[in-house]
Write a protein of this length. Structure first.
Length: 273
């Protein structure tokens, strides 16, 4: 069943969050992009470690080449990737792809797809990118914008002073700032992590710059905007979140809200506004 029909945002973390709340575990490690942008009461998220490469990668089948002017079968389960790939490869057929990384690579090599799209961060962390080097095609951020939080790790724990103090040394301030802006952008739009909404922020040259994208599934309606603000040693994550909210409100005035509404997202599914 497609991910978009399984349930609301966060369906895959419910069991883990229940274990946290019941104190069967104290900390859960997540890919930040897979976490809802708002946590259940009593839980919180800390961003840890340096951010991995946030880009998506196109992996071609051995001996296969993708030509933008010719038909090809490209596998992904992400609506965000689907919408952007349809712009890059208008002749391609985008097919659903499920399973862990090994399963997806096996399906590719078995000939079910001509290429698949995965997150660069996952390949790097699994240590398989070197073996696939001749078949990897990194998609520039200018062409394919990642999911909010992509490449970052989140530690989910109970919102208790003792646990927060214990985990505080593991926090990554700059990564946390950038992903706070991205997640605030998605949260203000009321869009779940399985919808075609993308965002990427970075701190460089004393500025925090956030770029956001909302697109229709066919890629024909695209609203992409950027905002920036000066960043100093006294700047706060609240300012980063405010930047995300401001950018979301800007794209909504340009029609992003209608694009999301046209996707058929129910009020219940948009619970994180």
């Amino acid at each position: 069943m497609p991910l978009t029909r399984i349930g609301s945002d966060g369906v895959f973390v419910l069991e883990i969050e229940r274990a946290l709340l019941e104190k069967r575990i104290d900390v859960a490690v997540h890919s930040l992009k897979d976490l809802p942008t708002a946590q259940p009461s009593g839980l919180c998220v800390l961003v840890t470690g340096e951010r991995e490469d946030a880009r998506d990668v196109l992996i071609t089948r051995q001996g296969s080449r993708i030509d933008v002017h010719k038909p090809a079968r490209i596998g992904t389960c992400s609506l965000r990737r689907t919408a952007q790939v349809r712009v890059l490869f208008p002749q391609a057929e985008v097919l659903s792809l499920r399973g862990n990384v090994d399963t997806r690579l096996r399906k590719l090599d078995a000939g079910e797809y001509d290429a698949i799209i995965l997150a660069a961060a996952g390949l790097h962390r699994l240590g398989v990118s070197a073996d696939l080097a001749s078949r990897l095609h990194y998609l520039p951020l200018e062409q394919v914008l990642p999911a909010p939080g992509q490449g970052a790790l989140g530690l989910e724990t109970r919102d208790e002073p003792e646990l927060r103090k214990l985990l505080a040394p593991l926090e990554a301030p700059i990564t946390g700032i950038a992903t706070s802006a991205e997640r605030a952008f998605m949260r203000r739009l009321g869009a779940g992590c399985y919808l075609p909404v993308a965002a990427y922020a970075e701190v460089a040259h004393n500025r925090l710059t956030l770029t956001g994208l909302v697109t229709s599934l066919d890629g024909q309606q695209r609203i992409r905007q950027s905002l920036a603000l000066p960043w100093t040693s006294v700047s706060t994550s609240k300012q980063a979140e405010e930047l995300g909210i401001e950018l979301a409100e800007r794209v909504m005035t340009l029609g992003a809200d209608k694009i999301i509404a046209d996707l058929g997202v129910s009020t219940q599914e948009r619970q994180y506004v």
